[in-house]
Design a protein around this ligand. Structure first.
Ligand SMILES: Nc1ncnc2c1ncn2[C@@H]1O[C@H](COP(=O)(O)OP(=O)(O)OP(=O)(O)O)[C@@H](O)[C@H]1O
Ligand SMILES: [Mg+2]
Length: 502
């Protein structure tokens, strides 16, 4: 039997980069193939070529034996290919139902049959066990929920080949389990799956085969039976990666960040942060553990001056920071690695060089009054690109042209390079490869060791456990317990996160 998908010698170049170089790969019916590689290795480019969104310079794409012309998305869809993109393609102002049916709406005469559409979405969501509110407006929803909508949209038409480009990056552990279950069920029903992820545990759990890309080329292939997480990391990065965080005991100093009785609403005007008080000391990493949707996002935004504080205050070194003035809050010493880098972290049309100084572009040494200091800007960019291993052809490249993980590295580099008193890091390693996770973790520990107060918010319990000196468990907008990082127990925290007494 011929393969479901057969790629032969795919090559694609961009100015200054060979994104894909002679890559060959196949997926058969019912097979789950994991595609791994560092940030910028060429994974998204390759799967976009399959879906017709990228036109390869050369090479052959066959689906179910038929030759597909380069850039022919319609042919890919006709041949049963469904794709979940790394970056959301949803229309923010439309409802969940409208987004899922977009482009192929059920009709009654010339009108969209809204009732039928809604029923279809409810049925779809039940069938795959991915719960969504069909009437919610997409822009009001957290990223994890938006990801679910993308997945349902891709599954709406029966597909033979499902391509998932980092679908789990923004999901909670619970949601990931569910999605992996959905993927396995689809495969047993005969669907071929091409699955991109940076989470090696997921690869070990579901993949039949693993293909690794490095610098645009195939670096190797293996199976979960033949290897383990360390082996996969080694194959991806080409060196030994330490998956554990190596850190000394915290040298805790005075209180720097003080959050007092903070209250804030979510976008639907419901209470999300409900009388939250916490002190973070210089020289410690305070982790916030919690199931997504318990007010973490709103907490971070309220601290950073991006969401109204209805009550309470946020102090840095005893000085009250202003409400709704992110720029001033930043100037007072709070840097922020935002969870949604596309929306808050970067300006896609600006160069990497400019993105690396977004909050300081009008400050010395980068500007003297109204005059830009190009030398200082270039020097800053070159140093950070080197230090944070941002893979780009040039510092003048626009941020929008970077691969997903490299965008994240730009944000992290900017925020950690400023020696601020407080670092608020929300999902700092979302979407970055194992080698870079290791690096970002080291940087957070080093910020701590240089005396910063680090507030770490992460949906990855493992990340919280391995980095935090103290852990605050958040549930229903409040802190339910504060534990010492050393004797924190995974199961106990899990129960607290679910709102159960310890
Ligand atoms: N539209 C574009 N214009 C210019 N360069 C691009 C474009 N898209 C991708 N590239 C470059 O091609 C290379 C491969 O990018 P790609 O997005 O395929 O990486 P990836 O493996 O998906 O990485 P990540 O894990 O970070 O998502 C990168 O060097 C990237 O900068
Ligand atoms: Mg990618």
């Amino acid at each position: 039997m011929s393969a479901l998908l057969e790629l032969t010698n795919i090559t694609k170049t961009y100015p200054g980069v060979i994104a894909n170089e002679n890559i060959s790969l196949s997926v058969t019916k019912g097979e789950i193939v994991a595609l791994l590689g560092e940030n910028g290795a060429g994974k998204s480019t390759l799967v976009k070529a399959v879906f017709g969104l990228v036109r390869p310079d050369s090479g052959e794409i066959r689906i179910k034996g038929d030759l597909i012309s380069a850039g022919d998305t319609a042919a890919a869809i006709e041949h049963g290919v469904g794709m979940v993109h790394q970056h959301f393609q949803l229309v923010p102002v439309m409802s969940v139902t409208e987004n899922i049916i977009l482009g192929d709406e059920p009709r009654k005469g010339i009108f969209i049959d809204k009732k039928k559409a809604r029923e279809e979405v409810v049925a779809l969501s039940k069938r795959y066990g991915l719960e969504v509110d069909p009437d919610a407006i997409v822009e009001d929803l957290p990223v994890g929920m938006q990801q679910r909508i993308e997945i349902l949209k891709a599954l709406r038409k029966d597909v033979d080949l499902l391509i998932l480009d980092e679908p789990t990056a923004v999901l909670t552990p619970q949601e990931i389990e569910e999605l992996l279950g959905v993927i396995k069920n689809l495969a047993s029903a005969g669907v071929g799956v091409l699955f991109i992820t940076h989470k090696l545990r997921e690869v070990m759990a579901v993949a039949d085969r693993v293909v690794v890309l490095r610098n645009g080329k195939t670096a190797g292939a293996t199976t979960p039976k033949e290897t383990n997480e360390e082996g996969l990391a080694q194959l991806m990065v080409g060196r030994n990666v330490v998956l554990q965080v190596d850190k000394s005991d915290a040298v805790k100093q005075g209180i720097v960040l003080s959050i007092r009785d903070l209250q804030a609403n979510d976008d639907r005007k419901h209470t999300a942060v409900d009388g939250f008080s916490l002190d973070v000391h210089a020289g410690e990493i305070m982790g916030i553990a919690g199931v997504e949707g318990n007010g973490q996002r709103e907490l971070v935004e309220a601290i950073c001056g991006m969401r109204p504080r209805l009550m309470g205050s946020v102090l840095v070194d005893g000085l009250e920071t202003p409400d709704m003035q992110p720029h001033k809050v930043h100037r007072m010493g709070i840097s922020h690695i935002p969870e949604d880098r596309e929306k808050h972290g970067l300006v896609a049309s600006y160069s990497i060089e400019d993105n690396l100084v977004l909050n300081q572009f009008d400050q010395p040494p980068f500007a003297n009054g109204w005059i830009r200091n190009s030398n200082a800007l270039e020097q800053n960019a070159n140093t950070l690109v080197e230090e944070f291993d941002i893979r780009t052809p040039s510092i003048k490249t626009t941020a929008g042209a970077l691969s997903g993980g490299n965008k994240q590295k730009v944000v992290v580099a900017r925020e950690l390079s400023q020696n601020t008193k407080v670092v608020v890091a929300a999902q700092p390693t979302r979407g970055v490869d194992v080698g870079s996770i290791e690096f970002i973790h080291k940087q957070l520990v080093s910020a701590r060791d240089h005396g910063a107060a680090v507030l770490l918010v992460s949906a990855e319990l493992d990340e919280i456990l391995s980095l935090s000196d103290r852990i605050a468990v958040m549930f229903g907008g409040k802190i339910v317990a504060i534990l010492d990082g050393k004797d924190a127990d995974r199961a106990k925290i899990g129960r607290m996160m679910a709102g159960l007494a310890s």
